[in-house]
Design a protein. Structure first.
Length: 182
C-alpha cells in the first residue's frame, strides 16, 4: 500500500524572498517545525496522539531523548525526533518510512513530512513556525506543494522478529543434533 502526502515546493520567507525547496536523489530537502514548548510538554502531546518511544535509532546531533514513532497504514510509520536549536526552541524532525517491524526499514525510501505534524500541533493549540535550515530563515507562506508518493516495497515486507525466532529455533535444533552426535 503506497503512502501519499504533500510537501512544500515553493515558499516565501518573512523578508518576502521566494524560494524553491530542493529535491535530489535522496528526496526533498527537510524543513523543520520549530516550537516554544518544553520537551516534556511535547512528549505528552505526541504520546496522547498515539506515538511510542523508539528503542533503537541513529541519534542526530543535539537530539533530545528518544525518537517517537506512530504506526500508519501497513507497512508505514511516522518517525519524529526532537532537536534543541537554542534555549527554549525545539525543532521537530518528522519523516514517514517503512516500519521498524520490517526488514525493509533498513534500505527503503522515506520522506520528510510537515503537514501531518502541523495538524497535531493545531489540535493541541501549539504555536509553531517552519524553519529552512539551508537558508536559515522561517517560512512565512507556502505557494505550491509537491505531491509525494512512497511506493510499497517491491519485495513483500518481512517481519524480522518472527524470522529471528525461526532462525534461533532451527539453530538450537542443529546445535542439539550436533551435541548428541559427539
Amino acid at each position: 500500500m503506497e503512502y501519499l502526502t504533500k510537501y512544500p515546493k515553493t515558499v516565501s520567507f518573512l523578508d518576502g524572498i521566494k524560494e524553491s525547496i530542493q529535491v535530489d536523489k535522496e528526496g526533498v530537502e527537510q524543513l523543520h517545525i520549530v516550537v516554544k514548548k518544553s520537551f516534556n510538554d511535547l512528549m505528552k502531546i505526541f504520546t496522547a496522539e498515539g506515538f511510542t518511544k523508539v528503542k533503537f535509532e541513529h541519534k542526530q546531533p543535539s537530539q533530545i531523548g528518544n525518537g517517537l514513532n506512530l504506526k500508519l497504514k501497513k507497512p508505514w510509520e511516522m518517525h519524529v525526533r526532537f532537536v534543541e536549536l537554542k534555549k527554549g526552541l525545539i525543532a521537530i524532525h518528522a519523516e514517514v518510512e517503512v516500519s521498524r517491524d520490517y526488514l525493509q526499514h533498513l534500505f527503503s525510501q522515506r520522506t520528510p513530512v510537515i503537514y501531518e505534524v502541523e495538524e497535531m500541533l493545531k489540535r493541541h493549540n501549539v504555536d509553531y513556525k517552519i524553519w529552512n535550515a539551508r537558508i536559515r530563515k522561517y517560512v512565512s507562506t507556502v505557494f505550491e506543494n509537491y505531491k509525494v508518493k512512497l511506493a510499497t516495497p517491491s519485495i513483500p515486507v518481512f517481519a524480522w522478529k518472527p524470522m529471528l525466532f525461526m532462525i534461533g529455533t532451527v539453530g538450537i535444533f542443529y546445535l542439539w543434533k550436533y551435541l548428541n552426535t559427539i
